[in-house]
Design a protein around this ligand. Structure first.
Ligand code: CS2
Length: 504
């Protein structure tokens, strides 16, 4: 009888450590589940330990589901930490306001420009940066970027919103501000800085040089590696909160117990004491990012696509299949790891075992369709550099080719092939383009050629590696004609025989 329970509010007895949220100091773009179970939790711990005006104004791009619920619940929501041993509940008390950019486009640059704002942070996903997967540069021809270049007051893209907000700061009080990317992009601080500068350089007349000069002097772009598996919310978690907490919460956030945040300590206008929540400030962020984006995210993609093609709804259902575990271990150890500068003190074997145990967390129900979504932008971050390194050493990264092949088989299957419900549930900005290419391809070879060589989906450099493209095409054909198990055995068998011939 949970419907008779009261909704979560600041008046719910005994739930809050602090009665008030701190005054705002952070504007966060991307008010999704990840931010609410990661940065918000660290900020809550920081404010609890050391105080500070580090309240967060959350901006979601379009959907008002979270912002409406946050307003109805006094800016509160429950983080549900899920493990096979049971659930733990907590309520961060850090958000001071929440709104959608789509309904309030002028408010986004205005809050970024507010003198109280000292950090602008982002979790807008790889897709939100409007960069070209082929070149890594700002997609200047994207209509949304063109719109933002033409409309100073009401930009729509995160990069446009940041630059327009910075211009307003420069024109008004001129106070410095930090831009903090918390997305799974290699070298995310520099990547964001590069896109911001590329946008500013396209502004008309003297605006470009003035804005670039102000940005150079008054902003910093620390890199950060973020890690916590945060599945989508379902009614199951809403029920769990009602049963255990005695209130209803429309927007609880499920999360695994593991959490990690490695941040470069480069904040031009101060920062919360996030170390109080366990964040690590380090000058080795690049190594941690490579470790995470390749070993965790890259392997995760392979598990998601092979799992979906073999009928697995969730990551644990996928990775507990012995052949998929074998493929995952092989890509992680032999194809991703060699390209990573492992930070001092990290025990890679322990890291690998921890990843497999996190992926096996059945209680989380992390869906293959969620991890498999947006592959066209995610895989660009994960596959090219490790693949090029192996190709340059005269070998073939069979499991990276299998990752690309399984992705295309899920999103853009050849005519007559049904990849199953989990693959069909994957969202991808390139789905339309890739399906069109698939419908005009008679074989995996043709499809791989069109996608990787003609459309540079995995970047300019891999577009010229015909051996890698052919290998991907062959594996697409095997996946279509003989299924994922046959493709795994072909790829892992060839990878093992290469390893043997190299080390007799
Ligand atoms: C996943 C990530 O969806 C994906 O691509 O690999 O969301 C992953 O769960 C997180 O990065 C873990 O920190």
């Amino acid at each position: 009888m949970t419907s008779s329970l009261p909704p979560l509010s600041a008046k719910t007895p005994g739930i809050l450590r602090r009665a008030e949220a701190p005054s705002p100091g952070i504007v966060h773009l991307g008010l999704g589940n990840f931010h609410r179970a990661h940065q918000a939790v660290y900020t809550d711990a920081a404010v609890e330990a050391q105080g500070g005006d580090w309240g967060i104004i959350g901006v979601s791009s379009r959907s008002s589901q979270v912002t409406d619920a946050m307003h109805a619940q006094d800016m509160l929501y429950t983080v549900v930490e899920i493990s096979p041993e049971g659930s733990k509940f907590s309520i961060p008390r850090v958000h001071t306001d929440a709104f959608t950019a789509a309904a309030n486009p002028e408010r986004v640059p205005a809050v970024i420009a507010d003198a109280a704002t000292r950090i602008v942070s982002l979790t807008v996903t790889e897709h939100g940066y409007n960069y070209s997967p082929a070149t890594g540069s700002l997609n200047a021809l994207d209509p949304a970027i063109q719109h933002d270049l033409a409309h100073a007051a009401a930009p729509r893209t995160p990069i446009g919103q940041i630059v327009r907000g910075l211009q307003q700061r420069a024109r008004t009080h001129g106070e410095a501000v930090t831009i903090l990317s918390c997305d799974n992009l290699a070298d995310n601080g520099h990547h964001t800085q590069r896109l911001v500068r590329e946008f500013a350089a396209l502004l008309p007349g003297t605006e470009a040089a003035e804005t670039l000069e102000w940005i150079a002097k008054n902003t910093s772009f620390p890199s950060s590696m973020v890690d916590r598996i945060v599945p989508a919310t379902t009614d199951h978690y809403r029920e769990l909160v009602s049963q255990h907490r005695g209130y209803t919460d429309a927007i609880p956030v499920p999360a695994e117990p593991f959490t990690m945040w490695i941040v470069e300590d480069n904040f031009i206008a101060g920062r919360p004491a996030w170390e109080a929540g366990g964040a690590v400030f380090s000058n080795e962020v690049a190594g941690y990012e490579q470790l995470k984006v390749r070993l965790l995210n890259g392997t995760h993609s392979l598990i998601a696509y092979l799992g979906a093609l073999s009928g697995a709804a969730t990551i644990p259902d996928s990775v507990t299949q012995p052949s998929i575990e074998q493929a995952a271990r092989s890509v992680l150890r032999n194809e991703y790891l060699p390209s990573v500068s492992v930070p001092a003190g990290v025990d890679v074997e322990a890291y690998e075992e921890q990843l497999f145990s996190r992926w096996r967390n059945t209680a989380l129900g992390h869906r293959t369709s969620q991890v498999g979504s947006d592959g066209s932008v995610k895989l660009r971050q994960r596959i090219p550099l490790p693949a090029l390194r192996i190709l340059d050493n005269g070998r073939m990264p069979h499991l990276l080719a299998l990752t690309a092949a399984a992705y295309l088989t899920c999103i853009a299957p050849l005519r007559g092939y049904d990849p199953g419900v989990h693959a069909k549930a994957m969202e991808d900005p390139a789905r339309g383009l890739l399906s069109g290419l698939a419908s005009r391809s008679g074989s995996g070879q043709e499809l791989a050629q069109k996608v990787l060589a003609d459309h540079h989906l995995l970047g300019d450099e891999l577009a010229h590696r015909t051996d890698f493209i052919e290998r991907t095409g062959e594996l697409i054909d095997t996946l279509h004609t003989r299924g994922p198990l046959a493709a795994i055995s072909e790829a892992t068998g060839l990878a093992a025989s290469h390893a043997q011939s190299k080390h007799p």
